[in-house]
Design a protein around this ligand. Sequence first.
Ligand SMILES: C[S@@+](CC[C@H](N)C(=O)[O-])C[C@H]1O[C@@H](n2cnc3c(N)ncnc32)[C@H](O)[C@@H]1O
Length: 269
Amino acid sequence: MNYRHGYHAGNFADVVKHIALVAILQHLKKKDAAFTVLDSHAGRGRYDLTGEQAGKTGEARAGIARLNGLSGPMPEALATYLSLARQSHAYPGSPLIAAQLLRSQDRLIAIEKHPEEFAVLKDVLMPFRGATVENADGYARAVKLLPPPSRRGLVLMDPPFESPDEFSALAKALREGLRKFATGIFLAWYPIKSQAEADGFTGEVLAGGITKALVVDTRITAPEGKLGRSGLLVITPPSGFAATMQDAARVIATRLGTAVTVQWITGSE
Ligand SMILES: C[S@@+](CC[C@H](N)C(=O)[O-])C[C@H]1O[C@@H](n2cnc3c(N)ncnc32)[C@H](O)[C@@H]1O
């Protein structure tokens, strides 16, 4: 477990993933009924972009930092994401973004395996009554916790892709999770190093019998040896999600140099 998200926090992939997270949570908040967010690989929750890790890669400088001062018409999800990212003293990770958007009836369970990252996460989420943290294996624990008592919600799976079998572990966890919580929204992040590998992964998940899913594919021109493309697999996306992501992508494209495509891989709006 050498991965530390601090090297990548606020990069192009985080920006798109976190806009998607906000868009989904805003959709869930349209109804009064409670929802649950399960964040299986939560990270530390807050990242110092002036620190050594961010400084070493410069990924945030090419990501969230380029959105400083962005204004004008934009989708609500992007505006909310930017205001959360600007409010914090440091860049908010997925569990902190979710915690800040919960209402009193909603719950967040954030799971993180690395003991040091977990210790920070625990402190970061301490002020949020609806949030609990667990130091455990994210896949096994998230699947075990499904379906949530609220029967509405989002499962975010954002593993580090350190091990060669991460794609199959993620596909397996998504399929098991969906078996237990078929009405849930699932959001999974993955690196795209080859189209064949990405298609193999989404195909394996779809074989579980999903009827509605789309992929958000984001590319940038990255320096040699750096990740320049990533995907979000969104299962049972909320209505209007695809359009929101396309609109947000148009607004950030020039500043970030991102090319984003949103494509249904099964079903449609
Ligand atoms: C990509 S980062 C998560 C970033 C976070 N979701 C965000 O958007 O801010 C992946 C995290 O998973 C943690 N991790 C690695 N293996 C894990 C496992 N088996 N279960 C839970 N967490 C794990 C890593 O320590 C790392 O903090």
